[in-house]
Design a protein around this ligand. Structure first.
Ligand code: GDD
Ligand code: MG
Length: 360
């Protein structure tokens, strides 16, 4: 069985991290986002993953080579010359997808969840329609594709992308199983699954939705990334608690990468991810944050509700909080106070910033 992961788009909502690498390669819980999906697909017997790319293809290609060997799964790139939207890439990969005859998976790359892929395949086989989508309930549905379904059969009555008026609270979770016949509806030009394909498949009574009971989050922007991380760490606590750290200075769920060094008298957690090779000096306080690979946090600094980019340095007694996002290689001088700022890569911060702003 094959799968397409939609890894295009410029990831603007996750800047400045996506100024250093394409969104699917940004680490989530110390693993590139897209790798969580590739592993889940491999676990249900997918043999080839096609990454639909329209941005920084060279970086994606070297990533593919590394993980093809590591995971023992074929990973290929399908390169668009212009962004083809969420459906056009399927037309581009048509030949490959038709090689294996049966249904195939399609995934958005910027989500985290429990990946109930096995259940979806069984669901798809039993209803006999052309397409299955995973749906989940959210409080604020207007940012998503909203699905109205027949509760008994799962048949989708209506699919509305980003509705202006309230339609319902069950939304498209961005994971699909499609029959090859769906490809006949998709021209090789910019086309939207959500705005064009799904509404018409639903009108013909061929679209079915499986409601997920597990956790789910779109992690395509910083606030949601950290909320998704909290859900993911909770899930790790239930499924593989030994991978989380424990100790007198650890509160709640904390994931620490290989070779990271934690000094004396630190208090770490809850909901913290520390990347490989980070150096945390003594008396540091970290909560609800992610430090990417190679970050150095000097003594007595406090970081909360923030993301710190690769190889950055946080000076002594610095406070970083309120959804600050620091890009790669940012250096914050000792004792600075950073509240909600977004800092572009390779900057040095020499003054306090009391309110959210973008530092170019
Ligand atoms: N190859 C390719 N080419 N991929 C693309 C393109 C493109 O032109 N445009 C977007 N993508 C990829 C993105 O990288 C992402 O993985 C996926 O398609 C969805 O695009 P987003 O830009 O993240 O869409 P969204 O978050 O606003 O909405 C989508 O996801 C929601 C769930 O998170 C829709 O599918 C909604 O219906 C859904 O509820
Ligand atoms: Mg998204």
């Amino acid at each position: 069985m094959k799968a397409v992961i939609l890894v295009g788009g410029f990831g603007t909502r996750l800047r400045p991290l996506t100024l250093s690498m394409p969104k699917p390669l940004v680490q989530f819980a110390n693993k590139p986002m897209v790798l969580h999906q590739i592993e889940a697909l491999k676990a249900v017997g997918v043999t080839e993953v096609i990454l639909a790319v329209n941005y920084q293809p060279q970086i994606m290609s070297s990533f593919l080579e590394e993980y093809e060997t590591k995971l023992g799964i074929k990973i290929t790139c399908s390169q668009e010359n212009e962004p083809l939207g969420t459906a056009g890439p399927l037309a581009l990969a048509r030949e490959k997808l038709l090689q294996s005859h049966g249904p195939f998976f399609v995934l958005n790359s910027d989500i985290t969840c429990e990946y109930p892929l096995k259940e979806m395949l069984e669901f798809h086989k039993t209803h006999g329609g052309q397409a299955s989508i995973l749906v989940t309930k959210v409080d604020e549905p207007s940012r998503y594709g909203v699905v109205l379904l027949d509760e008994d059969t799962g048949r989708v009555k209506k699919f509305v992308e980003k509705p202006v008026a309230f339609v319902g609270n069950k939304i498209n979770a961005g994971i699909y199983v499609l029959n090859p016949s769906v490809l006949e509806r998709i021209p090789l030009k910019p086309t939207s699954l959500e705005q064009q394909v799904f509404p018409s498949v639903a009108d013909e009574g061929q679209l079915y939705a499986m409601v997920s009971s597990g956790f789910w989050k779109d992690i395509g922007q910083p606030k949601d990334y950290l909320a998704g991380l909290r859900l993911y760490l909770d899930y790790m606590r239930r499924s593989c608690p030994s991978k989380l750290s424990a100790g007198p200075n650890i509160i709640g769920n904390v994931l620490i990468g290989d070779g990271a060094n934690i000094g004396e008298g630190c208090v770490i957690g809850p909901d913290v991810v520390i990347g490989p090779g980070c150096v945390i000096e003594s008396g540091v306080r970290l909560s609800s944050c992610t430090l990417m690979k190679g970050v150095r946090v000097k003594s007595s600094a406090h970081i909360t509700a923030s993301i710190i980019g690769w190889h950055s340095t946080i000076g002594q007694s610095v406070h970083v909080n309120s959804m600050a996002v620091l890009g790669e290689d940012v250096h914050v001088r000792d004792t600075m106070f950073l509240n909600g700022v977004v800092v572009l890569p390779h900057k040095e911060i020499k003054s306090h910033f009391m309110k959210p702003e973008v530092l170019m």
